[in-house]
Design a protein around this ligand. Structure first.
Ligand SMILES: CC(C)(COP(=O)(O)OP(=O)(O)OC[C@H]1O[C@@H](n2cnc3c(N)ncnc32)[C@H](O)[C@@H]1OP(=O)(O)O)[C@@H](O)C(=O)NCCC(=O)NCCS
Length: 161
């Protein structure tokens, strides 16, 4: 891949790639957070465009003074793509009058917990055993996550903007 990329709003022309990529990363285009089912394809998103394809995606939604990041993925890690996508959403959120960017990750995702905290996010809440409720909405959420850790809790992180 070309090492350079440009962050831009996703368009209808990206829909096929987003569908393919999200299914590969998450197994489905639907995501549950805080008891709500989100169709990632219907949310706003930015992509990292390399010129010959896309190499990262962030989806988000703005609601009630907050901006929730509903997914963040990078195809080529450690090149700044994840940070750049996050910063693009923060800029839109700020312009839209949001006071915080927030997200939930799961208790197994130790790399993500490090990634976000190094970027100024703090833990706002730990929703203990909330995946039990999430599975009622989306039964195919696995029981085990990264590193064989039981998938159990949502960790809510936020960054004031
Ligand atoms: C979390 C995730 C989005 C990060 O994406 P990324 O593109 O690797 O992010 P960045 O490149 O901006 O940052 C990752 C690391 O690479 C480093 N880095 C950035 N540019 C670099 C470069 N040119 N050379 C070397 N390292 C670099 C960053 O400093 C960072 O390290 P740090 O966290 O210790 O500071 C990615 O790992 C991912 O897709 N994970 C799987 C999905 C997931 O868990 N998503 C989050 C939960 S919703």
């Amino acid at each position: 891949m070309d090492r350079s990329y440009r962050i831009r709003q996703a368009t209808e022309a990206d829909r096929d790639w987003i569908t393919y990529a999200v299914k590969r990363w998450w197994g489905s285009t639907e995501m549950v957070s805080r008891g709500r089912l989100h169709d990632l394809l219907s949310l706003s998103s930015f992509v990292a465009d390399t010129g010959s394809g896309c190499a990262g995606l962030i989806t988000y939604r703005i609601d009630g003074g907050g901006c929730e990041v509903t997914s963040l993925n990078s195809s080529f890690e450690r090149r700044g793509i994840g940070t750049a996508l996050l910063d693009s959403v923060s800029a839109v959120a700020r312009t839209s009058g949001c006071v915080r960017v927030w997200l939930v990750t799961t208790n197994d995702n130790l790399p993500a917990l490090g990634f976000y905290q190094r970027r100024g996010f703090t833990i706002a809440a730990i929703h203990v055993n909330s995946l039990r409720e999430s599975r009622k909405i989306k039964p195919d959420i696995p029981l085990t996550g990264l590193g064989g850790i039981p998938l159990r809790d949502e960790v809510e992180l936020e960054r004031r903007i």
